[in-house]
Ligand binder design. Structure first.
Ligand code: NAD
Length: 509
């Protein structure tokens, strides 16, 4: 069945052991653009999640468990090719679920999905393992080397903001390392994962290696994964509070977790900067995907001498964004993911006013006509006049919003930017080369940009400090998380007489 046929049939099913399966309970997926019904989704019960884990285990115990690195690298490349071939189906699925502008889904979400599989095909094909020649004090010699083994069945729980991108960011290295996965997409974005299941079949992924279960978090598929005893690891992207709940649920099983969590990311703008470049960059970093990228900027610190100019220019830029349907000419900005999420964002806008903030752009729900009235639209919003301790300057909002605060010295700017319990990303805007390196290196975050934002190299480490996560993914960091090394120690020669030249030379024990 093609993705298009499946979506118009309005029921998205779970994918377990190479087959689409139904369940008794269904939930609605509605469009954030206008509230129309996108699909009915079969909610996985405990039995469906259990069947998915068992399917993964069976695959590991079968031919998949004996697959070689070249075979898996070739498989990842076939998946990437099929993603390219089904580009339009994935694009339609992603845009239907999220309402994001077509160009954004095309350039970021879907393009990155095939890039993830190609990148990890290259990485696993060229990855080395530790190897040491051991020369013991008594003259024994041995070769130590590590074998890279899969963890087993990995639970993959992902959010709605970049659904396919974030899912494939975890699935590609997990499969590269020989694991089986049970993926739970967000209840807000079930469509692209379902199309990906079809793609896995087309690419020849063995039954049980890739499974999809749909549903919510608590008392639903998410919790059924995290409380299931047979998962060997959980990898999660989402809110910090959810990460904390997953950590508690995983504790009895002592299994590895990888957490990519929330942020309250800062931008630091110095008065030596090219203001045009900074304003263009800040506009992207605050408003891309309607502010719903974990890396988006929500705190902007501007050196006092250019504060008024940057503030005015940024407000003008925010007002120039064009909200509209994903396929409408000139649309730059889509809706929030849901009216429920809009309630949360609006509550923070109200809080900003109560805390004494001055709204300098946006601040409410736009009037986009009756046909979009059922959508989750919100105006790109900026405020000034709040200090560092205001709640809206400390808590993640996850919308198209930011607060601007002036600073005087470099030290003060660094202190303000680092004054958060989160630590995901930062951006530094300056024309001073040394300052750029110095300040970026001083940020207590997982990724720090100088004069750009969201430019990613898939080989580099990605993750957060503090409330923003545990562990790093990307490049060898992903390969390390998704594999379990076994060290093998082989004798090369037994004890020899001590060397007369350097009798006291000690080697490893
Ligand atoms: P969320 O935590 O509400 O949900 C994420 C996923 O977890 C969903 O699939 C959800 O169904 C599931 N879930 C919820 N409660 C659960 C539970 N108790 N047990 C198991 N699963 C559960 O997050 P969201 O609203 O979908 O996404 C937005 C958040 O994700 C923001 O905080 C954002 O910063 C974060 N995020 C972080 C990164 C990163 O790389 N650090 C990337 C994207 C998004």
């Amino acid at each position: 069945m093609t993705a298009t046929a499946q979506l118009t049939a309005t029921t998205l099913r779970n994918f377990v052991g190479g087959r689409f399966i139904e369940t008794d309970s269904h939930f609605e997926k509605r469009s954030p653009v206008d509230g129309s019904l996108v699909a009915m989704v079969a909610e996985a019960d405990r039995a469906a999640v259990d069947a998915a884990v068992q399917a993964g285990r069976a695959a590991l115990n079968g031919a998949w468990g004996r697959s070689t690195v070249p075979e898996r690298a070739a498989l990842l490349r076939r998946i990437a090719d099929r993603i390219d071939a089904r580009f339009d189906d994935l694009l339609a699925a992603e845009v239907a679920d999220t309402g994001k502008p077509l160009h954004l889904a095309r350039e970021v979400d879907i393009a990155r999905a095939s890039a993830n599989f190609r990148a990890f095909a290259d990485m696993i094909a060229s990855a080395g393992v530790d190897s040491y020649l051991t020369e013991a004090a008594d003259g024994r010699r041995a070769l130590n080397y590590a074998l890279r083994k899969p963890l087993g069945v990995v639970g993959v729980i992902v959010p709605w903001n970049l659904p396919l991108l974030l899912l494939t960011w975890k699935v590609a290295p997990a499969i590269a390392c020989g694991n089986a996965v049970v993926v739970k997409p967000s209840e807000e974005t079930p469509s692209s994962a379902t199309v990906l299941a079809e793609i896995m079949v087309e690419a020849g992924v063995p039954d049980g290696v890739f499974n999809v279960v749909h549903g919510f978090g608590q008392d639903s598929a998410g919790e059924f994964i995290t409380t299931h005893p047979d998962f060997d690891a959980i990898t999660f992207t989402g809110e910090t509070s959810t990460g904390s709940a997953i950590m508690r649920a995983s504790a009895p099983f002592v299994r590895p977790v990888s957490f990519e969590l929330g942020g309250k990311n800062a931008a630091l703008v110095f008065d030596d900067v090219d203001i045009d470049r900074a304003v263009a960059g800040l506009t992207r970093s605050i408003f891309t995907n309607t502010g719903q990228v974990c890396l988006c900027t929500e705190r902007v610190y501007v050196q006092r001498g250019i504060f008024d100019e940057v503030t005015a220019r940024l407000a003008e830029s925010a007002r120039s964004l064009r909200l509209g349907r994903p396929d409408a000419e000139g649309t730059t900005t889509g809706p929030l993911i849901s009216t429920g999420h809009r309630e949360k964002v609006l509550s923070y806008l109200e809080l900003a006013r109560q805390e004494g903030g001055e709204v300098i752009a946006g601040g409410g729900i736009p009037d986009l006509g009756s046909d979009l009235a059922g959508g989750a639209w919100i105006e790109p919003t900026l405020w000034t006049g709040l200090d560092q301790d205001a709640r809206v300057m400390r808590e993640e909002v996850f919308g198209p919003i930011a607060g601007l605060i002036p600073f005087d010295t470099e030290e003060e700017g660094i202190r303000l930017a680092n004054d958060t319990k989160y630590g995901l990303a930062a951006s530094v805007w300056t024309n001073d080369l040394e300052r750029g390196h110095r300040v970026a290196g001083s940020m207590r975050v997982g990724i720090s940009w100088v004069n750009n934002w969201f430019l990613r190299d898939l080989r580099s480490p990605f993750g957060g400090t503090g409330l923003s996560g545990i562990g790093r993914e990307g490049g060898e960091h992903s390969l390390n998380f998704y594999s379990e090394p076994t060290n093998v120690c082989v004798t090369l020669s037994d004890a020899q007489p001590q060397s007369p030249v350097m009798p006291e030379t000690a080697a490893a024990s």
